[in-house]
Design a protein around this ligand. Structure first.
Ligand code: MG
Ligand code: MG
Length: 267
């Protein structure tokens, strides 16, 4: 069942989203070569709890971390642990906060130190995929318009679109209906209406979109071992168009500083 949110609920989700975006910004600033993903996880949990929130991921279906930390060929759902970040790594951080019963969900992929031009291009295009997806969140559009736009942008650059994992409705639960694939046919699927809150999250691969899951039961990796990137926002469709509830402040944001301020055009 799809639940549309009232203006009051969207405001509550924005407060949750502010915590998510602030803590994510802190993690983006803190992540560096020589640091373990467990250290980042500790910072994330403290950051969320200090602001009065609860880390949504912790304990979700038994997930042990407050963030997912996915490095290089890891697409999503990496478990934070003893792995130490190296110069040249790509790090995807996915984070969720529950505040007053409402969930917000956001992710970025960032460079650790110096990365190759090819890796940088993957980050830029994946972030653009999220932006073009958000731009389709208009009253009267359909869920399929979002996926079609995301896939067209990724494939134009020769990248793969992961099929098995999708964006989703978000609200009192992290995963609500509808599912929002990162591919689709324009004009198909549920019609978008004000009150709908979605987590859009393109997962884009450097080459083949095939994935597999590691023996830890969580970590999703590219089957060919090539790089992947992941950007996610929680977005409300309001009477005035899409509003990003997990928008980071541009001035504090290493991702948008380093890439491009695409989010601001939409916010
Ligand atoms: Mg997420
Ligand atoms: Mg999500």
């Amino acid at each position: 069942m799809v639940t549309l949110k009232s203006a009051r609920e969207i405001e509550a989700m924005r407060r949750s989203g502010t915590i998510t975006s602030q803590v994510l910004t802190e993690l983006m600033k803190s992540a560096h070569a020589g640091m373990s993903t467990a250290e980042l996880d500790t910072l994330a949990e403290r950051g969320i709890r200090d602001r009065g929130g609860v880390p949504t991921f912790k304990g979700y279906n038994g997930f042990p971390g407050s963030i997912c930390a996915s490095v290089n060929e890891e697409v999503v759902h990496g478990i934070p642990g003893s792995r130490v970040l190296n110069d040249g790594d790509l790090l995807s951080i996915d984070i969720g906060t529950t505040l007053d019963g409402y969930v917000s969900d956001s992710a970025v992929t960032i460079p650790i130190g110096n990365i190759t031009q090819n890796a940088r291009r993957l980050l830029e295009v994946t972030q653009e995929c999220l932006t073009v997806g958000i731009a389709q969140m208009r009253r009267g559009n359909h869920v399929g318009d979002i996926g079609a736009a995301v896939a067209a942008h990724a494939e134009k650059h020769g990248y793969g679109v992961v099929r098995e994992l999708v964006g989703h409705g978000v609200g009192r639960a992290m995963h609500e209906e509808p599912q929002v694939p990162n591919y689709g046919e324009p004009g198909t699927g549920m019609e978008l209406r004000p009150g709908l809150v979605l987590a859009l999250e393109p997962m884009i691969t450097q080459a083949s979109p095939q994935i597999r899951i590691l023996s830890d039961g969580w970590t999703v990796v590219t089957a060919d071992g090539k790089l992947a990137a992941h950007f996610e926002h929680t977005i409300a469709l309001t009477e005035d168009g899409p509003k990003i509830l997990t928008l980071r402040k541009h001035a504090e944001d290493p991702a948008t500083e380093r890439y491009r301020p695409t989010e601001e055009a939409i916010a």
